[in-house]
Design a protein. Structure first.
Length: 226
């Protein structure tokens, strides 16, 4: 059996996601390297859709460069489907997202979509969330206090940096990355951390979980339904 590279697996699931795009409607589009493969595939059927709602500046620029119209989320009441990747996904469809720093906007677009289709390679499928660093978007003045709250839970938290300065998200906020977690109850964990003062969004997607995951494997694309 030929071993496919991670890049080839991403291409496979990006193309497989096209069958979930509803003709004549606006599609929700996430962020990241796997989603970039989907955006490239989406260009092949761009005449069949009205356009897209995007979760990041980077995805918006890629969509527009390929001639796909991008709508403001405020101008769209509901989306048929949202296609996005994950840093981790478990066997219930709960995810950790935000490695690409777009978690808040991703959660907004997911919330206005009737269906969430996750596209990922099989290295992202886990039994328990938490091995991948958990991103948390925070208001800058709350960053140190939020990190102390995670330390009190026995986890390790640090500011995400870019060129030796705090990375600033598309929303003008900071990101804290948290390791040392085992998230056995994602719904409860998401609800708790989202209530901490200064937290904009935690990168656990449990309330906005995936209904379907297209998983790239050595044997092809495997469809998981939750």
């Amino acid at each position: 059996m030929t071993t496919l590279s991670q890049d080839e697996l991403k291409t496979l699931v990006g193309q497989a996601a096209l069958k979930y795009v509803v003709p004549g409607e606006i599609v929700g589009v996430g962020t990241g390297s796997t989603v970039n493969k989907f955006i490239d595939a989406l260009a092949s059927i761009k005449d069949q859709i009205r356009g897209a709602v995007s979760s990041s500046v980077a995805s918006t620029e890629r969509l527009q460069a390929l001639g796909i119209r991008v709508f403001d989320a405020n101008d769209v009441a509901e989306l048929a489907v949202y296609i996005d990747g994950a840093d981790e996904i478990d066997h219930h469809g709960y995810m950790i997202k935000g490695g690409g720093a777009a978690l808040t906007r991703e959660k907004i677009v997911a919330a206005q979509s009737r269906q969430f289709v996750c596209i990922a390679d099989d290295s992202k499928l886990v039994q328990t969330l938490g091995k991948y660093p958990l991103p948390v978007e925070v208001i800058p003045m709350a960053a140190q206090r939020v990190m102390r709250q995670f330390a009190a839970m026995g986890a390790q938290a640090q500011l995400r940096l870019r060129y030796d300065s705090p990375l600033v998200t598309d929303n003008g906020q900071y990101l804290v990355d948290v390791t040392g977690l085992q998230i056995s109850d994602p719904l409860a964990f998401e609800s708790e951390v989202n209530q901490w003062p200064g937290v904009v969004t935690v990168g656990v997607f449990a309330l906005q979980k995936a209904q379907i995951c297209l998983l790239g494997t050595a044997a092809g694309v495997k469809t998981l339904t939750f």
